[in-house]
Design a protein around this ligand. Structure first.
Ligand code: SAM
Ligand code: SF4
Length: 316
């Protein structure tokens, strides 16, 4: 939904989306996202639920109308429900959650009572053993069941799949079939040069156009219209699948970006690819407008090649 955001930068980009990292902690260890022994922030370094809702509420006053909570793993926060309820009370057009799905089933009845109806679940493989290798967990079935249950309860579900050569790229058509069978949109993500995935990036990277070509050997892809600031381009297929592509590396969408990011520690960031930003924690609300303006000026217009900071610390 386009907004009457007052957060407009010098390039005319209307900023109306906010990605909120609830925590950097996670119970999975996806090899491209975090090391096996990560260091997480102490809980004292995280915004409290009140602080977080307060900052989001101020940003909504300035025109943010879409919020997605992410992490680390957002459902690990003990006050997850307090936060989502607070965000749900804000006048948002859309509230979403990106999760690894591990704790999701137990939260679905709660979420159903909120505005948080757009749930993205990460699932990089449909094969249990492979999923376990990628995530370093034994929870394939739990995550798979969470996808099915979330769909069954009427949420708008998307599966996020990072496609990696030699790791899971032989499953592209399995995911297309999964989408058609379960009426769940699958979004194929290009591996981004962020943190751990800078290492061996060229080895694992599969461009979206290659994925498309591979699908087109078996299916006709029918393009769907999307908003100008959409991060994905989407298709339906003749078999009834819904697939999207987030081509952050090969077809960067920075010039249409409409997003700011709030880290779990309270830093307002202008871009996933840059640590530039300003702290909002403990800052008086009357100073926010100046801070928002300064952060807007930090938004790059063209793609920054890579960032060393790992994804879980940025908030995916
Ligand atoms: N833990 C939650 C999850 O896994 O959905 C939320 C945070 S996670 C960082 C958000 C998304 O970022 C996931 O879909 C994950 O696969 C994706 N991701 C992490 N590192 C990435 C990278 N280097 N390139 C592309 N996507 C990445
Ligand atoms: Fe955790 Fe999500 Fe990163 Fe996997 S991608 S390690 S689930 S934060």
């Amino acid at each position: 939904m386009e907004s009457k955001s007052v957060l407009v930068d010098v390039h005319g980009r209307q900023i109306h989306k906010l990605r909120v990292q609830l925590t950097d902690a996670c119970n999975f260890r996806c090899f491209y996202c975090m090391p096996l022994t990560p260091e997480f922030l102490p809980s004292s370094a995280l915004l409290s639920s009140d602080e977080l809702i307060d900052i989001c509420s101020a940003l909504v006053d300035f025109g943010i109308n879409e919020i997605r909570v992410s992490g680390g793993e957002p459902t690990l926060r003990k006050d997850f429900e307090v936060i989502v309820r607070g965000l749900s009370d804000l006048p948002l057009g859309k509230l979403g959650l990106t999760t690894n799905g591990f704790l999701l089933e137990g939260k679905l009845d709660f979420l159903k009572q909120t505005r948080c109806q757009h749930i993205n679940i990460s699932l990089d493989s449909l094969r249990a053993e492979r999923f376990h290798e990628i995530t370093k967990t034994k929870y394939f079935q739990k995550v798979y069941d969470a996808v099915i249950q979330t769909k069954a309860k009427g949420f708008k579900v998307k599966v996020n799949t990072v496609v990696m050569r030699g790791i899971n790229d032989d499953e592209i058509m399995d995911f297309v079939a999964f989408s058609a069978d379960h009426d769940v949109e699958v979004r194929f993500l290009e591996l981004m040069k962020i943190g751990c995935s800078n290492q061996n990036h060229s080895l694992y990277f599969v461009p979206a156009q290659e994925i498309i070509k591979r699908i087109e050997k078996f299916e006709i892809l029918l393009p769907q219209s999307v908003n100008r600031d959409s991060t994905s381009f989407n298709f339906t297929t003749t078999s009834g699948a819904k697939v999207g592509f987030i081509a952050s590396e090969s077809q960067a969408f920075c010039s249409f970006c409409s997003r700011l990011r709030l880290t779990a520690a309270g830093k307002l960031r202008a871009c996933i690819m840059s640590e530039a930003g300003l702290n909002l924690r403990g800052v008086k609300r009357e100073l926010y407008p100046e801070i928002f303006k300064t952060v807007l000026r930090m938004k790059p217009f063209t793609r920054i090649d890579h960032i060393k900071q790992p994804m879980y610390q940025i908030g995916g």
